[in-house]
Design a protein around this ligand. Sequence first.
Ligand code: KG4
Ligand code: ZN
Length: 339
Amino acid sequence: MGAPTQLTLYSRPILAIETSCDETSAAVVLGHHVCSNVVASQIEMHRKWGGVVPEAAARAHVEAILPVISEALSSAGLSSSEIGAVAVTNRPGLVGALSVGLTAAKAFAYAKGLPMIGVHHLEGHLLSTMAADMPPSFPHTCLIVSGGHTELVDVQAPGDYRIVGQTRDDAAGEAFDKGARLLGLTYPGGRSIQEQARSGNRHRYPLPKGLSGDTIDFSFSGLKTAVLRLTEKEGESLNVADAAASLQEAIVAVLTERAIRAMDRLGSTSLTLVGGVAANLELRTRLRSACDAHGYTFTTPPIDLCTDNAAMIGLAAAYRLAKGECDGWDLDVFPNAEL
Ligand code: KG4
Ligand code: ZN
């Protein structure tokens, strides 16, 4: 392991904006400190459709974005003239949703004559650990688990990332969401599965863990098929709590096993866990104890910084802005983008 990297961070408050999917969020961060982090969730609206409807998401961002920015400033106790820079998620995500956040960021930065910077959503998740009580040093290994991504990343330094393992089909969050839907649980599935699993027996219905052998990749699509077969086989007699606990167990066990294997391969002794699925209490506990057993350090952000939020975008921007990076007024949105 190399020496911990000393991060130089932007010295003025950053207004950060995140609208890549179904949360309208604005935050103010100063260095590693999150001064405010406001999230207006669209979950209730999308629940009736069982998933995110892109057009509806963009419209809801239009309604929420200005009040959310005002609230982020007022909860931070700052006026707009005290902000030093604006950070915004510009990739990847839903094009209409991203465009609302980018337009608001451009307008704010232009009106105040501030530098503006576009941030990759996954880099935001990856550096959300900077707000943990004990931020990780560099290098470290990061497990990113969200609705769209499942990746093991060798993080040498901020901005120096190498994906070493990833899903070959569904993301872990997708496996939770699709499994929950098959079990008749409400959207978004991760939280519903966690709730049901509390009273369930995780060994009742053994489910497949995807790829076998000495791999650090993942495959979750077979899990969804297995849950479908289980519901067909058991019919009315299916115990939903046991099925939820079994599904959670299949996902958590494979994530834990592969994360530790990746660390062994990389010679890494520090693991971070980020992304919406990092809110899962069982996953947090299991990874922490696996790391303890190996003498590795384990860092995960507070739960409100795991699911989508603007604070993580501000944290990721803080070291880029400090290096003098910023974007021009032609900054665009990108639905797909590599980390
Ligand atoms: O990072 P995120 O908020 O949005 C994306 O970037 O995709 O992640 C959302 C995902 C959803 O699939 C949701 O079901 C999952 O995170 N999730 C959870 C929990 N809370 C959210 N999965 C498992 N357990 C949870 N407690
Ligand atoms: Zn996310």
